[in-house]
Design a binder for this molecule. Structure first.
Ligand code: GDP
Ligand code: IMO
Ligand code: MG
Length: 420
């Protein structure tokens, strides 16, 4: 068997969590391969709204195995809170949630370093979620990090103290006040919570599943434009969010990749700083935010909104070899008479659909105007009932990017999904 990978193709929050929940009945195993609690993946079903941060979004489907892969950075405090909230809803996670020993631990001082670094940057700050993501990945690549497997070693506490002291030395360079005790409260409890689950050698586990013929879906976090190598650097996260990240973040060879499912919103949003060519800093942008309820699932911050950007989609489809697309939030565009879709950028006196090296330079989007659909989509369950203008929009995007759209999402609930 091969593993299917589901990714966000914009700046995150494309609706990945909802789609993983929708698709989980087709899979035996759901695996997270990068990112950490900077992610906020929203699931809605039976009147329940739930947001996952560290754990895979397959947890609510009976019989699914959920693996936190080695590429993930795990915050014990958030992990404990999350698993308790899921168990409170009657889900027995014990036998179904597995944690890779090679996943890295977010320490209290990582979170403080994240805050101190952002505070020092002032206006040039990344707009990080302040969950300690950057400093934890820095310790990973700097070969200092603490991993989940270290919990099982006798000198775990010494390792923790050693690295904490190192961080405290670094923090002296910042003019930043903090209360380590406040952050440490609950961290060791969180470690005990992690210990109560099955710690596994995830790379063996995942390859064993595939060899046994089990179907596996890898759940991406963030979006491709936040990828550390190919995103709008430096305004990115600290992991590879593109498909290649699933290989290194789970321990799989590239030949094991099957379908690559790219999720995109019918428009664009971004939370945090950094370039966003089609951003609308006007009433239309505000209307997108209000109709789309565009407020961060992790931080509650208002999301910046703008029109669909095809150069971005083509770029991120190329980077991950996307084989099928899912378009979300189509219902939100009902509220507009006409839509704009960016088909290229005016840059250096030329029109191009290639992203420049420095995407932080202002590029001028070239738009094509498309009629919207003045129909309520939220109760539609079959393609035949969709308005012709929406089908035209789908057709237009498919022709432009060269990949089929397999599902259209028309609301936040698990059932608001239309197979194309
Ligand atoms: P993720 O990070 O990619 O999982 O996405 P988020 O959960 O952060 O943000 C997506 C938001 O849109 C959530 O509030 C979802 O409940 C909601 N959502 C997902 N799909 C749809 C849709 O088709 N229509 C509407 N109106 N909301 C949706
Ligand atoms: P999901 O998985 C949207 C953004 C932050 C910031 C930048 C770096 O829900 O789509 P970090 O905390 O990683 O150091 O922040 O990346 N960011 C996200 N934006 N959705 C996310 O995750 C994000 N995770 C990080 O806002 O601009
Ligand atoms: Mg999100």
């Amino acid at each position: 068997m091969k593993i299917d990978v589901l990714l966000g193709l914009q700046w995150g929050d494309e609706g990945k969590g909802k789609l993983v929940d929708v698709l989980t009945p087709d899979y035996d195993v759901i695996a997270r391969f990068q990112g950490g609690p900077n992610a906020g993946h929203t699931l809605e079903f039976n009147g329940i709204k739930h947001i996952t941060h560290n754990i895979p979004s397959g947890v609510f489907r009976e019989n699914s195995i959920n693996l936190i892969g080695n590429g993930v950075v795990l915050d014990p405090v958030i992990f404990k809170r999350e698993v308790e909230a899921v168990m409170d809803l009657g889900v027995d996670l014990g036998p179904r949630l597995l944690v890779s020993r090679k996943a890295h631990l977010i320490m209290p001082t990582h979170r403080i370093l994240d805050e101190a670094s952002e505070a020092q940057k002032g206006k040039t700050k990344i707009g990080s979620t302040l969950k300690g993501i950057g400093p934890t990945y820095m310790d990973k690549t700097g070969r200092n990090g603490m991993r989940v497997g270290d919990i099982e070693s006798a000198d775990f506490k010494e390792k923790y103290d050693f690295l904490t002291n190192k961080h405290l030395q670094i923090l002296k360079q910042y003019n930043f006040e903090f209360d380590l005790k406040e952050y440490e409260k609950g961290w060791m409890d969180g470690i005990e919570s992690i210990r109560s689950f099955q710690l596994v050698n995830g790379e063996y586990e995942i390859n064993k599943y595939l060899a046994e013929g089990k179907s596996v879906l890898a759940e991406g976090a963030q979006g491709s434009m936040l990828d550390i190598d190919f995103g709008s650097y430096p305004y990115v996260t600290s992991s590879n969010t593109i498909c290649a990240g699933a290989c290194t973040g789970l321990g799989l060879s590239p030949q094991k990749i099957g379908k690559v499912i790219g999720v995109f919103k019918a428009y664009c949003t971004r939370v945090g700083s950094g370039p966003f060519p089609t951003e609308l800093v006007n009433e239309t942008g505000e209307a997108l935010r209000e109709h789309g309820a565009e407020y961060g699932a992790t931080t509650g911050r208002p999301r910046r909104c703008g029109w669909l950007d095809l150069p971005v989609l083509k770029y991120t489809i190329m980077l991950s070899g996307v084989t099928e697309l899912i378009m979300t939030k189509s219902d939100v565009l009902t509220h507009f008479d006409t839509l704009q879709v960016c088909t290229g950028y005016k840059y250096n006196g030329k029109i191009t659909d290639e992203l420049p090296f420095d995407i932080n330079l202002p590029v001028e989007p070239v738009y094509r105007e498309i009629p919207s659909w003045n129909a309520d989509l939220t109760g539609i369950t079959e393609k035949k009932d969709l308005p012709v203008e929406l089908l035209d929009y789908v057709d237009f995007v498919e022709k432009e990017v060269g990949v089929r759209i397999s599902y259209v999402s028309v609301g936040p609930d698990r059932n608001q999904i239309i197979k194309m």
